[in-house]
Design a protein around this ligand. Structure first.
Ligand SMILES: C[S@@+](CC[C@H](N)C(=O)[O-])C[C@H]1O[C@@H](n2cnc3c(N)ncnc32)[C@H](O)[C@@H]1O
Length: 296
């Protein structure tokens, strides 16, 4: 029976893949539009980690400094940099595909040194001139891009000795969540509307992230992994956290009937993520700084 269910599921995956029914940038954009008003929950909890990659000591603070905040979301990184650097010649370009996320960034940041760009990140990078930026910040955005193309473009648009400041979820994050989705899909493959390949884009480990960047002649300045556990009183609270913060952005597009699925997910959270009468989930991520090598 189990084998039969698995065969049905993988047949459906192949069928959807062949039809091109894979969640892509427009679906992610729509999902982030939806969470824009509640994304502050993520920032409040995670900003202590994001702050660690700001490393303004590595930036040139006196002369013209061009910074890119790539997939900037509601602009936490841009705002923090602008708030801590007085240099009138600082220029921050904040790019995102979600107009609602960017609207909030524009409300939060009142500084003429910041330019907002509503565009798909990859096409933005491809159109930028070479060796323009002193630093690129990339907060929790890796899974939405083709990593090889992004790192290659980062290398091209950075000045010599420019830095990439990165924080990214990695494999091992949200333990138990993909199993819940797979179980639901196995139970009723007819409800699957689209497939999601985001998990494959996450770095496996510090070593693999380092390899992605060293291929394009980046040196590693720092690397660190964090595993943050979050405990909730009820399964609904845990699920709300995942949905409201964008932690599972994209999954809202997997099933045809998301309302029915919501209740099933909550039931599965109750069964599989219980911990001492409460409910627990982890966020595992890597913090890294890479520098474009000057000897190429
Ligand atoms: C988890 S949020 C991170 C926001 C911000 N960097 C931070 O650290 O809070 C991911 C962001 O990536 C953006 N994004 C997803 N796909 C994108 C794309 N193709 N181009 C530009 N931005 C994209 C989303 O709209 C969202 O704002």
């Amino acid at each position: 029976m189990k084998l039969l269910k698995a065969i049905r599921l993988y047949t459906k995956f192949i069928y959807l893949f062949l039809l091109g029914k894979v969640i892509r940038k427009n679906e992610y954009k729509e999902e982030y539009d939806k969470v824009s008003r509640t994304y502050s929950r993520w920032i409040e909890r995670m900003k202590k980690h994001t702050d660690e990659i700001l490393r303004i000591d590595l930036l040139e603070k006196e002369t013209n400094t061009d910074i890119l905040d790539f997939a900037c979301g509601t602009g936490y990184i841009s705002n923090s940099l602008l708030g801590s650097i007085g240099n009138p010649h600082l220029s921050v370009t904040a790019v995102d595909i979600s107009e609602k996320m960017l609207e909030i960034a524009q409300l939060e940041i009142d500084d003429p040194r910041c330019t907002f760009v509503l565009q798909d990140g990859m096409s933005f990078l491809e159109m930028e001139e070479s060796e323009k930026y002193n630093a690129i910040y990339f907060g929790f955005g890796i899974p939405y891009f083709n990593r090889r193309k992004v790192v290659k473009q980062f290398n091209r648009i950075l000045k010599e000795n420019g830095t990439v400041h990165l924080i990214s979820n990695c494999r091992g994050t949200l333990e138990g969540i993909s199993e819940i989705y797979l179980d639901l899909m196995k139970d009723d493959p007819s409800m699957i509307n689209r497939i999601m390949e985001i998990g494959f884009n996450l770095p496996k480990s510090e070593k693999s992230l380092k390899t992605w960047f060293s291929r394009y002649s980046f040196d590693t300045i720092s690397l660190k992994t964090v595993n943050e556990l979050m405990i909730f009183k009820t399964p609904i609270e845990l699920y709300d956290w995942l949905k409201q913060t964008g932690a599972i952005a994209g999954t809202g597009k997997i099933f045809t009937e998301s309302k029915v699925v919501d209740n099933k997910i909550i039931e599965k959270i109750k069964d599989t993520l219980a911990y001492k009468n409460q409910y627990r989930i982890n966020h595992k991520f890597i913090l890294a700084i890479f520098q474009k090598s000057s000897q190429r």
